[in-house]
Write a protein that binds this ligand. Sequence first.
Ligand SMILES: Nc1ncnc2c1ncn2[C@@H]1O[C@H](COP(=O)(O)OP(=O)(O)O)[C@@H](O)[C@H]1O
Ligand SMILES: [Mg+2]
Length: 283
Amino acid sequence: MGLIIAMVSGKGGVGKTTLTAGLGGALARRGKKILITDGDLGLRDLDLVIGKENEILYDALDVWKKRCRAEDAIVSVSEGLDFLPASQGVRWEDVGRKGYGRLLKKMAKQYDYVIVDAPAGIGRGNDAILRVAQRLVIVTEPVWVALRNAQRVMQVCREQRQLDYALVFNRINPHMLVADIEEAWYSLSAEMLGAVLPYSEAVWQQGQAGKLYNPIADTFDNLLTPLCDFCQSGNAWDDTTIFTQYASVMSAEQKKFEENKRQKEQPRLLVRQRDSRWRRLRR
Ligand SMILES: Nc1ncnc2c1ncn2[C@@H]1O[C@H](COP(=O)(O)OP(=O)(O)O)[C@@H](O)[C@H]1O
Ligand SMILES: [Mg+2]
């Protein structure tokens, strides 16, 4: 029986869908059999970031209502990675919390890991997912509302005696920091840190191109390694190791950026004329 992992957050837009696809791809490349699925039953979006929106014939509700076999609804994404889409016209009342839990458990029998992209908030849908998930990834980003909401989600987890979770800081833009990440990490007092991930143009572009299950960029994939390890073992890396890894990746990126900028800024001689820019610059 595989493990059900839920990707949760209080706030929307922090990267749950992105990381469900990215983590699914990363674990599949490590030889695991993975199913990724939308946990927001009436509002799917995972299909878009993996470019499978035109291949969906049936969905999770059809499987649950026995209108088709699970194999008919499941879309193969890449080697070791499958996708079960949510329906677009269904609400929680149509399936029921227990029904959804049973469906996920049934799916988990055929996979090493089922990763559920949970809806934002702490409402009814999330409640069902929190109950059935055996391990959680709580995603946040360094803006106050996301940090506060992550804290609230952790509180809900503790109330439900769901303690197997790790926190991920995503979409970090070093030029737009409202909170120091390490300080935020200590003030949230979570026990396990899953990953610290930058805002990356490559991630954004692959999401738009529907290719998020592919390796993103070496640097980003390396930063996902502690999260893969947490999903597989339930143990997190030492937090200072993760922060050091993030800092060294970012300083290498910053150097590349500055080098690029320096090269672009160098005056380039096109035509050597009496009044050319080249001459003017040298006066
Ligand atoms: N690390 C990242 N770097 C760049 N863009 C990101 C990153 N993570 C998420 N995004 C972008 O942020 C937006 C919201 O991400 P999404 O995964 O849809 O969030 P959620 O599922 O939590 O609502 C998307 O446009 C996505 O491409
Ligand atoms: Mg989403």
